[in-house]
Every structure is written in C-alpha cells, then in structure tokens.
Design a protein around this ligand. Structure first.
Ligand SMILES: Cc1cc2nc3c(=O)[nH]c(=O)nc-3n(C[C@H](O)[C@H](O)[C@H](O)COP(=O)(O)OP(=O)(O)OC[C@H]3O[C@@H](n4cnc5c(N)ncnc54)[C@H](O)[C@@H]3O)c2cc1C
Length: 392
C-alpha cells in the first residue's frame, strides 16, 4: 500500500529532515518570538540552506523542484513547532516564490528567484487592502500607464513579511492592482521592490492574537514608478494567477492546521497519562477520552483529505478550488477545536505558556480568517457544487 502521507522515499526523507529541524531549532525559539512579536530572520535564512524556501521552484532558478505534497509536508512539520514562523515561510515560499515561478517570465525568474530561494531576499504577496478583503475584486490599488511603465497608487493591508522588523520593509512583493480603466475582474500583477520611489511602510501591525512571530504590515504606494519589466504576465490577466495561487495557499494553510492539531494531540495524550486525579490518570475518565479520541479521529480525517488533494494537485494547473476551499474549511476549525480541547485536558497548565497549547490555540484562529475566511470557503464550495449533480 503506498503511504498517503509520504508517497515516495523523497517525501519521507523531506519529512524527517524538516521534523528534525523543527524540533531542534524552531521549537525552542517559538515562545520567545511569540511574546516579543518578533520575526526570526536568522532562522528563516536556514530554511534557504535546507532548500525549503524555493521548495516548488524549478531547480534552474535555485529551487528544489518538488511537488504540492512536499510543500504540505514542510508546512505541517514547521507549524507543529511554530505556526507564526511557518506563516512567514508560507508567504515567502508559496505566495511569492511559487507565484512568480508559475506566472513570471524567465527574466523575472532569473533576476529574483535565486535570491528568494537562498533567503537573500524575503518576499510576500499583496492582495488585501484596508477596504477590500473577501471581496478582493473590489480592490482599489491602481496602476496608471506612464511611458513604457506604470505608476502605482494605493495601500495594502495585512501583508505577511511586509516588514522584517519595526522599520524595515521586506525585500520584494507581488502586488495585485487594476490598471486604470480596466474592468473589475481584470487585475494585473506587479513586482515592487524595497527602495523603489513612493513605496513605504505604512505601519507594522501589533497586538495580533496569534501568529505573532510572523511580521504583518500595511504597505503604501504613492505615485510609485514601476518599470514595464516588473509587470508579471499580460495586463489584465492576473486574476487567473491569483486564483491558481490561492489553491496552493489554502492547501498549505490547511497543512499548517494539521501541524497545530498533531502537536496538541501529542501534548494532551502525554498529559492524560502523567496527570492523576482521584487516584487515576486523566485518561481513565470518559470525558477526557472524548476530548482525546475525537481530536485524533478528526485530525486523521483532515490529514487524509489534505494529502489526498495534495497528491492530485498539479502545480501549474487550476481546477482544485472546491477541494482547496474544502481542506481549509475543515482543517482550520478542526485545529482550533483540537487546541481548545488540549487546553481543557491540561486545565490550568493549558492556560499558560509552558505546554505551548495556548499559543497554538491563538495561532489556530488565524487559519479561519487568513487566505480566505470560513464564510468565503462556504460561499465558494456552495457555488462550485451548484454545477455538480454527482460527487466523484
Ligand atoms: C495575520 C494575517 C496575515 C495576512 N497575510 C496576508 C498576506 O500576506 N497577503 C494578503 O493579501 N492578505 C493577507 N491577509 C488578509 C486576509 O486574507 C484577509 O484578512 C481575509 O481575506 C479577510 O478579509 P478582511 O479581513 O478584509 O475581512 P472582510 O472581507 O471584511 O470580512 C469580514 C467578515 O465578513 C464576512 N463576509 C465578507 N463577505 C461575505 C459574504 N459575501 N458572505 C458572508 N460573509 C462575508 C467575512 O467572512 C468575515 O467574517 C492576512 C490577514 C491576517 C489576519
């Protein structure tokens, strides 16, 4: 029987490598960076040494040329140690590097991907705005033609890796905008780099509930000149790029939920044996058994769904929307519920930082919002099912 979660020896080796790295180097720094709301840039650079930053990028551009299942494995393993750090990884490797590898031209890929794969450049993707999130086609960032190039005006909100510290912008971004006069659905995508005139840090966002080790920022574009060479794809054709990238984004966000749930189950499972009450280990009590058993079964169901979708996802294609919405809809709430039960099983010890589950519970909530809210997934799935009379 092939192993659904590690379909090849290469996948199994990748999982062993990332799990070992996560346990040795990511886990020990997680609580401190969560408390300080600080991005660990040095540790991020080590992901480049491991070949993870360009995990799906072709090797001729410095990447590891692996598939969607490999991306899911990396996100599951990193999130089991530190979902905040993993979100910064996702924004860079999936929303920037993978997006550019799929949709950019060879000049853009040669210019930017080797640096993104090594960690010399830190990237992100700018879709959301202060006034437009779920209704993304209502975005108001505008590109005005100026000679051969463009001038960009607008603001982007909630941008992961937007700032790498309190004052410094990330290095490079893929920014969705509408060329002046284009219809609502005809978005374009531009590469914007730190140092370009008119591109600045609006604010680094603070006091997030969770994923606090990932930097989140508002970015501002004021009459920002964009050379024609920085337009990705044809003018007005980036809506398809966005939809294609959302599929791998949602799949890897679901993989983050798996990492959170698995870790919480491991913590409550151990604790239920060690902690005694009324002369017995906690696991002897039916109510505790319910927390543990339901968490395990729901995690396994979500994990099977995620890997089944990943194993069938072609990175250069589309057509997986219903299931990329489906895995995230199911796994995000599953992980939040599992983390909640873990806190309950640990009682007071679950409510403080020592066992990590309170941090994982806070981190899990982000996955019901970022990359598409639960309501957006429900809306998309219902719309897609309207054309199907049978489910394969
Ligand atoms: C920590 C963090 C990191 C992020 N990173 C990035 C990033 O790197 N790049 C990026 O572009 N974005 C990023 N985002 C933005 C994220 O994708 C958006 O927050 C998300 O898409 C929701 O948009 P919104 O916050 O504007 O909420 P809104 O769209 O205003 O929604 C508010 C509420 O209304 C509901 N709602 C809206 N429309 C409907 C409808 N038609 N039917 C039913 N309910 C509806 C929503 O589900 C939600 O409950 C990030 C967000 C966070 C919090």
């Amino acid at each position: 029987m092939p192993d659904l979660f590690n379909p090849t020896e290469e996948h199994a080796a990748l999982r062993r490598m990332v799990r070992d790295f996560a346990e040795r180097e990511v886990d020990p720094q997680a609580a401190e960076h969560d408390r300080a709301e600080r991005f660990n840039k040095k540790l991020f650079g080590k992901l480049g040494d491991l070949g993870l930053l360009g995990i799906t990028v072709p090797d001729r551009f410095g990447g590891s040329d692996m598939d969607a299942t490999a991306a899911v494995i990396a996100h599951e393993e990193l999130a089991s140690a530190d979902p905040g750090f993993c979100l910064a990884y996702l924004a860079h490797s999936m929303l920037f590097a993978h997006n550019l590898a799929q949709n950019g031209n060879d000049e853009q890929r040669t210019r930017l991907l080797p640096g993104a794969c090594s960690g010399a450049l830190i990237g992100g993707m700018c879709m959301s705005e202060p006034g437009a999130g779920t209704d993304v086609l209502a975005l108001s960032t505008t590109a005005r033609r100026d000679g051969d190039g463009y001038r960009l005006d607008g603001a982007k909100m909630w941008i992961t890796n937007g700032a790498v510290d309190d004052h410094t912008l990330g290095d490079v971004f893929l920014v969705y905008a509408r060329v002046k006069g284009a219809p609502r659905s005809a978005l374009s995508m531009f590469i914007v780099e730190r140092g370009m005139a008119g591109f600045s840090l609006g604010q680094k966002l603070r006091d997030k509930l969770g994923v606090r080790a990932s930097p989140t920022a508002e970015l501002v574009f004021e009459d920002c000149p964009i050379p024609a060479a920085n337009r990705v794809g044809e003018e007005g054709c980036a809506t398809l790029h966005m939809m294609r990238n959302l599929e791998i984004e949602r799949l890897t966000l679901a993989a983050m939920s798996l990492g959170i749930a698995r870790r919480c189950i491991e913590v409550m499972n151990r604790y239920a044996s060690e902690r005694r009450s009324f002369g017995q280990p906690l696991r002897a009590f039916g109510q505790i058994q319910r927390h543990l058993a339901e968490s395990f079964a729901e995690f396994q169901a979500g994990r099977s769904y995620v890997y089944q979708v990943a194993n069938n996802l072609t990175l250069s294609g589309t057509g997986n929307r219903v299931d990329s919405d489906g895995v995230k809809l199911y796994c995000s709430t599953m992980a939040k519920n599992v983390a909640d039960r873990a806190i309950q099983v640990l009682g007071g010890y679950g409510y403080v930082g020592e066992y990590q589950v309170e941090r994982l519970w806070r981190d899990a909530k982000l996955l019901e919002i970022g990359g598409g809210t639960l309501e957006a997934h429900q809306k998309n799935i219902t719309r897609d099912l309207a054309t199907r009379s049978h489910i394969k």
